[in-house]
Ligand binder design. Structure first.
Ligand SMILES: Nc1nc2c(ncn2[C@@H]2O[C@H](COP(=O)(O)OP(=O)(O)OP(=O)(O)O)[C@@H](O)[C@H]2O)c(=O)[nH]1
Ligand SMILES: [Mg+2]
Ligand SMILES: [Zn+2]
Length: 183
């Protein structure tokens, strides 16, 4: 879900189109919304019914505002525009789960600064990237981490465009943050 569509200028619209295509190709549903103009809000609402949904994203993107817009009766605290500096101000301070009037639950969470991964060994990180998981059996080594190993099917796919370069860079960045003392 990409929110604040009402603020997108040409540059942001182009970037959105790029990211939409990148994520849809690998099977994710991408929705453009604006809590301000209500664009796309109904579409997200229908996805919530009878499911447990967790909202995650940086501080200030509008997670709590979204819940308030769709379910005003829950009355969740949000930061007003004048007070929001864009940095270091977290309105939601702990995760909280709400029952949805039409069935289902939604979890509002505080903004994330960086992704924390719980107990994923470096060897397994690529299993969480669907487009990489599909290729790992084609790597020459079954413990390939897709960095500098010969015969790596993932790197070959990055080279020929089958895997988006940005996704591979994300993979490498996250791989670096995994501290392997436990494995
Ligand atoms: N222009 C515009 N502003 C929005 C939109 N959605 C939310 N906002 C504003 O963005 C600010 C932050 O919204 P919040 O809902 O508090 O953000 P949050 O993601 O819950 O932030 P944390 O609780 O800190 O993680 C508020 O001033 C909202 O009014 C939108 O679609 N368009
Ligand atoms: Mg919030
Ligand atoms: Zn590989």
């Amino acid at each position: 879900m990409f929110n604040k569509a009402d603020l997108y200028k040409k540059k942001e619209q182009d970037r959105f189109a790029e990211l939409r295509s990148m994520y849809e190709k690998i099977g994710y549903t991408v929705l453009l919304t604006s809590v301000e103009t209500e664009e796309g809000i109904e579409a997200v609402k229908t996805l919530l019914k009878d499911k447990v949904t967790l909202l995650s994203g940086h501080s200030g993107v509008g997670k709590s505002s979204f819940i308030n817009k769709v379910f005003p009766e829950l009355n969740i605290k949000t930061q007003d525009v004048s007070g929001w500096s864009g940095k270091g101000l977290h309105t939601t301070t702990f995760a909280e789960m709400f029952d949805l009037p039409g069935g289902g639950k939604i979890i509002d969470t505080p903004g994330i600064r960086e992704l924390g991964l719980v107990d994923i060994p470096k060897q397994e990180l690529s299993h969480y990237f669907p487009e990489m998981r599909a290729l790992i059996n084609d790597c020459q080594f079954n413990n390939c981490m897709h960095l500098n190993e010969p015969g790596c099917a993932v790197k070959a796919a990055v080279a020929d465009g089958g895997i988006h370069l940005e996704r591979y860079i994300s993979y490498c960045n996250i791989l670096e943050t995994i501290n392997e003392k436990k494995y």
